[in-house]
Design a protein around this ligand. Structure first.
Ligand code: 9MR
Length: 390
């Protein structure tokens, strides 16, 4: 057993011999360190701890709030960042680089540079990719939001965008967040702030799934949102809508919960039940953007109790996903506090990720790793058991 694991890990390490934007891994002094035979570090990776067919992902930092910070693009320029990104994860999600304002900056111009770079990085590192996102109310370019288009033109703009973007990465994207955050917290469709629904009516959502499916029949197509971890008005709205779409034969494959949690609030203890009801519709489920923020302590350093509570939220979210058959993709929204969106959006809150600014592992990291290992061990036991029965 051990040698099998070793072989897999060696393969992953080989795949990591990738050129950085600014150099090559061969010149990276710490690359060899981790590969040393006596080193235990390779058994310490989330991706290798996970059960077979269960991917552990992260957002790939770049664009969005990063553009206003005093550091260069993390994915392109931070070597340490890229190293951890390749080593720890088996799935990646562009944090902003496939959003409309990034990838489609002018009506007749696409910019695929960063998105391509992420997809290539993923290929080299044997990672799958989650595409994010195609129909959303936010981060749309001004030419679109402020344009003066007829309904026909708008519909064609969306169709063309989905066909182009999904088509470009056909076969390379495992899951697409086709529709992102289309309901508000009361479970009402965003008929005002979502340009597509406002101008074209709710039926456009089904069309988006159809166009995406045509462009890449293999990609799994998702609805994705926040505040839908538990059973509530918003997740009920998704449940009803998806049931309806499935009856109409619309190609919806999955429902995902983002998981932007805060230790200010209680843990959504019905997460597993909620995932199960979507699973029962025949859908895949996923956790796509987990982070667990906390109130900044006065000392600037979280207390042990704060870190434990955070670790507990991470662990319970992972456990809920692991417990549901069709939940095979678990993604955290960044891994280091250094690049977190949280302090930029929530005053007085932060420390939401599993590693510190300096890439030191927090209790939350170990909680995830140990939970994955335990699940993998249980899987092995089950397989072994089955084998012996036959
Ligand atoms: O992390 C993203 C940040 O860099 C952007 O500035 C922000 C703009 O809305 O979007 C963040 O990502 C969001 C994701 O795309 C959708 N779910 C909520 C995420 C956090 O806001």
């Amino acid at each position: 057993m051990r040698s099998i694991r070793f072989a897999t890990v060696a393969l992953a390490t080989a795949a990591l011999a990738l050129p950085l934007a600014t150099g090559s891994a061969a010149a990276d002094p710490s690359a060899g360190k981790e590969a040393a035979p006596h080193s235990n570090a390779k058994f310490d990776r989330l991706r290798s701890a996970a059960p077979d067919d269960f991917v552990v992902g992260t957002a790939v930092a770049g664009g969005g709030h990063h553009l206003e910070q005093d550091y260069p693009d993390p994915f392109t320029y931070d070597r340490e960042y890229r190293k951890v990104l390749g080593r720890q994860f088996s799935s990646v999600s562009p944090e902003n680089q496939m959003k409309w304002d990034y990838i489609h900056p002018e009506r007749d111009r696409y910019d695929f540079g960063q998105a391509d770079a992420i997809v290539e990085f993923a290929e080299r590192n044997k990672q799958v990719v989650r595409g994010h996102t195609l129909l959303w109310h936010s981060q749309n370019p001004a030419w679109l939001e402020q344009g003066d288009f007829s309904q026909e033109e708008l519909r064609e703009i969306l169709r063309e965008h989905i066909t182009t973007v999904v088509g470009r990465y056909a076969g390379k994207i495992q899951q697409w967040d086709v529709a992102n955050e289309i309901f508000d917290d009361q479970g009402k469709l965003r008929t005002q702030d979502n340009i597509w629904i406002r101008e074209l009516g709710p039926g456009i959502v089904a069309d988006a799934f159809r166009w995406a499916h045509e462009a890449d029949p293999k990609a799994k197509l998702f609805f994705n949102d926040y505040n839908v971890e538990g059973v509530n008005a918003k997740s009920d709205a998704y449940y009803a809508l998806i049931q309806d779409l499935l009856e109409q034969g619309v190609p919806v494959d999955g429902f995902s919960v983002q998981g932007h949690l805060s230790t200010r609030y209680g843990f959504p203890g019905d997460l597993e039940d909620n995932l199960r009801r979507f699973d029962a519709l025949g859908l895949e489920t996923a956790v796509t953007e987990l982070d667990v923020r906390m109130d900044l302590p006065e000392s600037g350093v979280p207390t042990e109790a704060q870190e434990q509570k955070q670790a507990d939220y991470y662990q319970r979210t992972l456990e809920a996903c692991l417990a549901v058959d069709g939940c095979n993709s678990f993604t955290i929204w960044g891994f280091t506090d250094k690049y977190s969106w949280v302090p930029v959006f929530f005053e007085g809150e932060g420390f939401a990720n599993v590693m510190t600014d300096d890439y030191e592992r927090k209790p939350a990291f170990y909680a995830l790793r140990d939970t994955l290992k335990e699940a993998a061990r249980e899987d092995d036991c089950k397989k072994h058991h089955k084998h012996h029965k036959h």
